[in-house]
Write a protein that binds this ligand. Structure first.
Ligand code: 3EB
Length: 368
């Protein structure tokens, strides 16, 4: 077990790990040295789980294929800094795989609804919705149990991928069922359901995919950022579902070096309404306006012009592959030329949303 720092003399930014995000090809990372792997917290394949041999690193997949490239891309989370080495864990009686340093923890869990459906059938049968509700509740329970054990209590960012997110099950959309179970799990573990909740995204994967959830957690409480242009998701009106989604618009690990801004999945929503239905170009512009508003809000909260589009990496979820070029055209005009952007094919959690964009970043301006 690591010990907590007691000294306050060292500025936190110098004493904490620097988190690093890269989008790399799976072939490329297979050739990296053991020293490089030593610092890897976790790897997420997009299309499928990368075949990585011998690495003691959680490896998972979102099951959302990349678009516009033949590279088999994956997302790699690494740390550098004085808090190494990393520790591993696969909790007993838990499906969560995780790896951590003193300040930060990466974890992932995948669950097959089919396995739970089989249990339901043996128990006398239950509707289509029960397995999803149960799987979501179990996944969050197991995640919260790990965070209690390792004392990385604070969820910073969580990525949720569920098959057929917009399909109806027992008269309710699967995304709304997911929201109900997620909210229940937060409540049952005594966690806040408004305010200090993690940044997140929730996307749809192809039929037959497992539920795949991965996350970053921290010992320190992050700062949550809301978007002045949008209703907080946890206050959405009931017409979007009986139980609100539990996420904040962005999260800031303000004392950390490296990657410390996590912008949630962001879409063409103003207030709580979808705007520009059917117009993917306008939706992309509106989404960028929302991300811009979040960057301004983050700068207002820290009191410095620290964040801009310059320090960000983007993942763009595209509902219809035929919209890719229209989305790319808007982004190439609006983002700095060197910006890393990954395009992924996924269903967005409202039927009328054609695009959703997440951003993860570092400070690009003054830090003090
Ligand atoms: C929205 O703003 C679009 O349910 O975790 C974005 C980010 C969205 C996270 C979630 C949903 C989630 O409501 C959808």
């Amino acid at each position: 077990m690591t010990t907590l720092r007691t000294s306050t003399a060292i500025p936190q930014a110098l004493s904490t790990a620097a988190l690093q995000l890269d989008y790399l090809s799976c072939d490329e990372i297979a050739t990296r040295s053991p020293a490089w792997w030593h610092n890897v917290l976790g790897v997420v394949g997009f299309e499928k789980r990368p075949l990585i041999d011998g690495a003691r690193v959680p490896v998972t997949a979102s099951m959302t294929p990349s678009l516009g490239t033949d590279d088999n891309l994956c997302e790699v989370w690494r740390v550098a800094g004085p808090t190494l080495p990393l520790s591993n864990g696969t909790a007993r009686q838990s499906r969560v795989h995780y790896r951590f340093c003193e300040d930060l923890l990466f974890g992932s869990i995948t669950l097959e609804e089919r396995a739970l459906e089989a249990e339901n059938l043996r128990a006398g049968g239950a509707g289509d919705s029960v397995a999803l509700l149960r799987a979501t509740e179990l996944a969050y329970q197991e995640i919260f149990a790990v965070l209690r054990r390792t004392k990385h209590r604070h969820l910073v960012r969580i990525w949720n991928y569920l098959p057929e997110i917009n399909r109806e099950a027992d008269g309710d959309e699967r995304y709304r069922l997911f929201n109900s179970a997620r909210q229940l799990a937060f409540r049952n573990s005594g966690r806040a359901t408004v305010g200090t909740v993690p940044a997140a995204c929730a996307l749809g994967s192809p039929p037959g995919s497992p539920i795949s959830i991965y996350f970053l957690a921290a010992r320190q409480q992050p700062r949550m950022i809301e978007n002045p242009r949008q209703t907080s998701a946890y206050y959405y009106p009931v017409k979007f579902g009986r139980h609100s989604p539990i996420f904040s618009r962005a999260c800031l690990l303000s004392e950390s070096a490296g990657t410390n801004l996590f912008v949630s999945g962001t879409a063409s929503i103003v207030g709580h309404e979808t705007i520009h239905p059917g117009d993917v170009g306008a939706q992309t512009h509106e989404t960028l306006a929302n991300i811009d508003a979040l960057l301004n809000e983050a700068n207002r909260v820290v009191g410095l012009a620290r964040y801009s589009l310059d320090g960000l990496k983007f993942k763009v979820y595209v509902r219809q592959p035929s919209d890719l070029s229209a989305i790319e055209a808007v982004l190439s005009k609006s983002l700095p030329a060197s910006t890393p952007i990954v395009y992924l094919h996924a269903d967005v959690c409202r039927e009328d949303l054609l695009v959703e964009i997440e951003a993860t970043g570092e400070s690009s301006g003054p830090t003090d």
